[in-house]
Write a protein that binds this ligand. Structure first.
Ligand code: ZN
Length: 497
């Protein structure tokens, strides 16, 4: 047996301005397994630990598995989840060493109640146990907020290169290959990060259109091939609602040893990110504009497939509550028919609809309960069309093979709109969120989803048109209302430009 490698996935994108703490139950609802239960838990899934398992088998590593933990973005990670998940990694580091190397799958924008830079804290505690010499590789989401502390503690930093994030397995492989060389003593990786006074940029990291992100990713791939000693260039668009001094876009260069050439590359990349900071490939429409544009598109000739409306601002995938009603109210008022809406997260309403039973006509208050400022409850009368357990296996490329759990779920029909009322907050990335409930989006005229960008992986192929709506919920484009206290200032776009 070859190298002994400590591994684990502990991923969360924490919205500092969400009222909802992220407890261990939220990880249980999405993805959670410990130690040797990990391989069975991730069987069939195409996620980062899958890549670690594949690489370990190919490179003849002996893996020490600790945890796989992922939860829908929400507020900072609560103490119980932090103790269980970071504890699994740190306990194994203490008791199951020595290790030839470490490969952790992290998000990079996790916050804990006590540690705004949660990954920096975890890596520091890990370093204190294993010492400075064990090669330590981390993979990150391209929405990571990479801090200097993370860069100092990790030797190898490798981030996704796709948004929607469909290269998770490949990302682990890229990190594993560099780690393997380091464990063989062929290289001594060190990471360096550059950033600018910006909390937004790089077109939020989207890779579905020609933009500054794609340009830098192309340059990164070329430089990795041609520049001696450059092992990996990671381009991060950052995560905006993080109350952290060093949040925002960044570029990390992992090089063989320390060399000013590596930081020069990172700085040059960030110069470009700064120059292109105003670029935004999305057109964000308010609710009234969304309704008007959707009407125009439905009436237009030659459309094949539904008009897919994405509510950018109420995306649970960025920590929004998923119970905002602004867009739903607009679609109901507009009288759209042959339409579906996914989802309103409201466990009380779901329970009331389930209690009433399929076929029942009922009146319930729906949505808007976590913070009515982002869309108040609506009192709606309609028909319970379907009741489900909310469980489906994702078939789209974003979460392929991962089981999603919406919790007890009901389809509530209001006029011509079938609303999926769920109990758990899950970003609507998958067609199966509808089909498991007997709704086929391909046959509809209008499909509304709560997602910023990840929905494109599954929905772009079936959509006749896509409309991006900023309905005014928590994750809207207007970030001037967010009460930052730790973010470095002045910063673009809050103070600069
Ligand atoms: Zn991301």
């Amino acid at each position: 047996m070859g190298f002994r490698v400590l591994t684990g996935l502990f991923g969360h994108e924490s919205n500092a301005f969400s009222k909802l703490p992220t407890a261990l139950t939220n990880f249980e609802d999405y993805l959670l397994a410990f130690g040797d239960d990990v391989p069975a838990k991730i069987k069939g899934a195409r996620i980062e630990p899958t890549g670690v398992e594949e690489a370990a088998a190919a490179l003849d590593w002996n893996l020490v598995r600790t945890v796989v933990a992922w939860a829908t973005p929400s507020g900072p990670v609560a103490d119980d989840a932090w103790a269980a998940c970071s504890g699994a990694i740190l306990n194994a580091a203490e008791t199951e060493g020595p290790f030839n190397g470490i490969l952790l799958n992290l998000h990079g924008a996790m916050a804990q109640r006590r540690f705004p830079d949660a990954e920096g804290e975890l890596l520091s505690e890990l370093r204190a146990i294993v010492g400075p010499d064990v090669p330590l590789a981390i993979t990150l989401d391209l929405h990571a907020n990479v801090t200097d502390r993370m860069t100092e503690m990790a030797d190898i930093v490798v981030a996704y290169r796709t948004y929607p994030h469909i290269d998770q397995v490949d990302t682990s492989w890229r990190a594993a290959k560099i780690l393997d060389r380091a464990m063989r003593g062929e290289i001594k990786p060190k990471a360096v990060t550059a950033r600018r006074a910006m909390i937004e940029g790089l077109d939020d990291g989207r890779t579905t259109v020609e933009n500054p992100m794609l340009e830098l990713l192309r340059q990164a791939g070329a430089i990795e091939k041609t520049e001696p000693g450059v092992l990996a260039i990671s381009v991060h668009a950052g995560f905006t609602p993080a109350d952290l001094d060093q949040a925002g876009p960044s570029v990390t260069v992992t090089g063989d040893g320390r060399d000013s050439r590596f930081s020069a590359i990172a700085e040059t990349f960030m110069d470009y990110a700064w120059q292109t900071r105003h670029f935004d490939s999305n057109t964000y429409l308010g609710v009234a504009e969304t309704v008007a544009e959707t009407r125009r598109l439905i009436a237009g000739p030659g459309r094949q497939g539904p008009v897919v409306i994405a509510d950018f601002s109420d995306n649970p995938g960025s920590g929004a509550y998923g119970d905002s009603t602004f867009l739903l109210q607009g679609l109901i008022d507009a009288g759209f028919t042959n339409a579906a809406f996914g989802t309103i997260c409201d466990s009380d309403a779901a329970a009331a609809l389930i209690e009433a039973g399929e076929g029942a006509d009922v009146t319930v208050p729906l949505g808007g309960k976590i913070d009515p400022a982002y869309g108040p409850p609506l009192t709606l009368t309609g028909t319970v069309e379907r009741i489900t357990d909310g469980v489906y296996v994702a078939l789209g490329p974003r979460w392929k093979g991962v089981t999603h759990r919406l919790g007890p779920t009901a389809v509530f029909r209001i006029g011509g709109i079938s609303i999926v009322v769920a109990s758990n907050r899950v970003q609507l990335t998958e067609i199966e969120a509808f089909t498991h409930a007997g709704i086929d989006p391909r046959t509809l005229d209008v499909v509304a989803v709560k997602s910023m960008q990840h929905f494109r992986a599954a929905y772009q192929p079936i959509a006749g048109a896509i409309v991006i709506c900023d309905s005014g919920a928590l994750s809207g484009k207007d970030i001037s209302k967010l009460p930052y206290t730790r973010l470095r200032r002045p910063i673009f776009p809050l103070d600069l430009d």
